[in-house]
Design a protein around this ligand. Structure first.
Ligand SMILES: [Zn+2]
Length: 427
């Protein structure tokens, strides 16, 4: 594998740390980094710079499998929390292209892959974000025979994966027009013809079944209208990874995890202003017919694990009560609270998303892979909360600066950036 184009010149040895490789735990090892890549994992390794890893744990840089990012400031702060890659699940294609180019040349910000424009019907979810000036108007789709053209346009725009929105408004009590299963299936077929993964937004048992029938590759959320005894097994049998985004849905439906971040000295000083704004926001009123079950969502995660489904960690940033970078650590805690072991939770934010999204150059600590690394105090393989005891972060072998504060991101209409200050559904 060719060296990273902006690799740190000097070789670095992180010595004597517990190392989670992405697959297993090495009780004590040295990791040698050269030219932005992990060169060797072993003992008694030598490098120009030596970092003391004793009593600490080295992790692969974390991957947020479901986020929405709008500025390089947000990507910079995301990296400061040890999240070295964000998989954006819907955004303005023009803005995304700029962010991707910035991430490709600046190791001081997190890397990005993006869906760009998502597939939805006219007036469907999340068109209200256009009405509110948060998203620029985007093309929609109604019939299956429009799918090849729609997908070809997305691929031309630079979409790394395809986002399909199956949202009928059940969880918020707002009736919405939604894509048919036939149109969703045609979108999946076209995405696959372009070698792209199809990721579905579905928040109910019914729309999740529709997404699976359409053949999607990944579920962008856990369903949360109710529990279902069979669905976790259908998902596991199909091998469809799920990104629960518990931290976002808990925030939007009445259990925000904002206070714990604002009161945490490991977090608060390093938040960007958009995150600080979102953490301090006011809850959103829901429709009288809103149907959601947060305890059920947590139970479903436990059932998915039991059924053997692959779980990926995603925080759904740019949602109310969700902070760039920091909230992925909360998601890990919530996954452990739902029944995953700390090692399973760490895997859900490292090797599992890398495997799922074809990011073979990251997600693990192994010779030849990118030196995207997170060094923390203590042992998150036992106590997941230690992931926020951050000592250092490297992206492509370059040590990241942990910035405090940062400008409030702005939208196309100049307002503060919150995907959901109006609507209550996570995109
Ligand atoms: Zn989202």
């Amino acid at each position: 594998m060719r060296p990273c184009m902006y690799s740190g010149g000097m070789s670095i040895v992180i010595a004597g740390a517990r190392v989670f490789t992405g697959d297993r735990v090495l009780p004590e090892a040295d990791v040698l980094v050269e030219n932005g890549l992990v060169r060797e994992v072993g003992t008694a390794l030598r490098g120009a710079e030596r970092v003391d890893g004793r009593g600490r744990t080295l992790l692969p840089g974390l991957i947020d499998a479901h986020g929405h990012v709008f500025t390089t400031t947000e990507l910079r702060h995301t990296l400061g929390f040890g999240v070295t890659t964000v998989l954006d699940m819907l955004g303005n294609p023009g803005q995304v292209a700029e962010l991707r180019a910035a991430a490709a040349s600046d190791p001081g910000i997190a890397d990005l892959r993006s869906a760009g424009t998502g597939a939805t019907v006219p007036g469907g979810y999340p068109w209200f974000l256009v009405d509110m000036g948060y998203l620029t108007p985007f093309p929609t789709i109604t019939e299956p025979d429009e799918a090849p053209g729609f997908i070809a346009d997305r691929v031309r725009e630079g979409s790394d994966h395809i986002k399909i929105l199956l949202e009928d408004g059940t969880t918020t009590g707002q009736a919405l027009p939604a894509l048919s299963v036939d149109t969703a299936a045609a979108l999946v077929d076209s995405a696959h013809q372009h070698g792209k993964l199809a990721v579905a937004h579905a928040l109910t048992v019914e729309t999740t079944h529709a997404a699976l029938s359409a053949g999607v590759d990944v579920l962008a959320h856990v369903y949360l209208d109710r529990t279902d005894a069979e669905l976790p097994y259908r998902i596991a049998e199909r091998g469809t990874p799920v990104i629960p985004t518990l931290v976002a849905v808990q925030g939007l439906f009445g259990r925000p995890k904002a206070r714990q971040l604002l009161d945490d000295p490991r977090v608060e000083p390093y938040l960007d202003d958009t995150s600080r704004y979102l953490l301090n926001a006011d809850p959103v009123p829901l429709g009288p017919a809103a149907r959601h079950d947060l305890d059920g969502a947590t139970q479903t995660v436990a059932e998915l694990r039991e059924a053997g489904a692959t779980i990926l960690a995603g925080s759904d940033t740019s949602n109310l009560f969700v902070a760039h970078g920091a909230s992925l650590h909360v998601e890990l805690e919530l996954l452990v609270a739902a029944g995953l072991s700390p090692l399973e939770a760490l895997t859900s934010a490292t090797s599992a998303p890398a495997d799922c999204f074809g990011l073979g150059d990251r997600g693990r600590i192994a010779p030849g892979l990118r030196a995207d690394l997170l060094l923390v105090e203590g042992d998150p393989t036992k106590a997941i909360g230690a992931t926020l005891d951050i000592v250092a972060v490297w992206r492509g072998g370059r040590r990241a600066q942990r910035n405090s504060g940062g400008t409030l991101g702005s939208t196309s209409s100049g307002g503060p950036l919150s995907l959901h200050s109006i609507a209550s559904d996570p995109v």
